[in-house]
Design a protein around this ligand. Structure first.
Ligand code: LHQ
Length: 297
């Protein structure tokens, strides 16, 4: 086996309270890969979870993290068994953005670092990959998301946030502009004036403020985050995921196209969706009055 395939197969006992009864569940067939350094990767029933794993530095992004994340996303892109991807952070943070200490070391403690080169080589390919992944991508925002860490969360398709999460556009505090796709995503999600206010003033947003602005999809108590993330990810993974991928493609194109172009594009993509096995299965299940069993084909 190679790469993430090298993971160990382990069984996990999950202890759940349900309707007043203690229920034991074996979450069977969890593939867990502990050996990737600054990322942890686990697979369970079509859901891949990638965990940023530099908790002492609030999962700040150093060179190893961008290399491993890029690699992990490329593998995910090629792995048809993955039908939902979750990104989250170990410890109390989601991700604190660029590792400012390693940035200073790289610049020799004084001279300016070539940020344009850093972004083009290390960050932009990650954001482009996240945006283009056919697999639905969930950010499970367990704590603070700052700078490019927030940009990564924004590049995911949906965001589930712990009430302990905070969103910090750290850029203006260090004389930089929002990057890693934030200037693309933020004005589209909250409008130009709000995006400028967030970027210029740099006031942290609470999870509830982010929910009000539509920047996260749901907020739950910290102890409920893992369960809520699993529930949503499992639901997406069991969906007609080819259709979901085509929907994502259509919606993103719709942000840029005029209406005639978009109608034409929708017709093209619906043509593809109409030829999928999942569409046939959905129709058959409707007629047979049973739940559909989608395979992502
Ligand atoms: C960190 C970091 C960190 C290293 C906390 N680095 N250690 C990319 C590349 C190229 C061009 C430029 O742009 C970019 C994109 C960017 O991401 S730029 C923005 C970079 N990020 C920041 O400016 C955020 C800096 N961090 C903070 O403002 C705070 O730490 C936040 C608000 C994230 C959390 O605050 P607290 O909860 O109060 O935690 P803390 O500040 O006490 O941090 C805990 C530890 O984590 C601490 O280390 P220590 O050894 O003292 O315990 C921090 O130094 C470390 N840490 N962020 N980005």
């Amino acid at each position: 086996m190679a790469g993430s395939e090298r993971g160990l197969w382990v069984g996990r006992w999950a202890l759940c309270w349900s309707a007043g009864w203690v229920r034991f569940e074996i979450a069977a067939a969890i593939r867990f890969n502990p050996g990737m350094g600054v990322l942890l990767t686990s697979d369970e029933a079509g859901v891949r979870t990638i965990t940023f794993n530099r908790p002492d530095a609030l999962n700040a992004i150093d060179d190893a993290l961008t290399t491993e994340l890029h690699d992990a996303l490329r593998k995910t892109q090629r792995d048809r068994a993955v039908r939902c991807l979750v990104l989250t952070g170990a410890g109390r943070a989601f991700c604190a953005g660029q590792d400012l200490k390693s940035a200073q070391e790289k610049s020799g403690g004084g001279g300016p670092m070539d940020f344009a080169d850093e972004l083009r080589r290390r960050y932009n390919p990650i954001i482009a990959l996240l945006r283009s992944l056919e697999t639905p991508v969930l950010a499970s925002v367990n704590g603070v998301a700052a700078g490019a860490g927030w940009s990564i969360a924004l590049a995911c398709d949906l965001r589930v946030a712990s009430r302990a999460a905070r969103f910090v556009g750290a850029f203006s505090k260090i004389g930089l502009i929002p990057d890693s796709g934030m200037t693309w995503a933020l004005p589209r999600q909250v409008g130009l004036a709000k995006a400028l206010e967030i970027a210029w003033l740099g006031e942290p947003l609470t999870a509830d403020q982010a929910l009000t602005l539509g920047l996260v999809n749901v907020v739950v108590e910290p102890d409920d985050l893992a369960a809520k993330t699993r529930e949503l990810a499992a639901r997406l993974a069991l969906s007609a995921t080819r259709g979901l991928a085509l929907t994502k493609r259509a919606m993103v194109a719709g942000l840029l196209n005029d209406v005639e172009t978009q109608l034409e594009y929708e017709a093209d993509l619906q043509g593809i969706a109409g030829r999928t096995r999942d569409h046939r299965e959905g129709l058959t299940a409707f007629i047979e009055k049973r739940a559909a069993e989608f395979k992502g084909e």
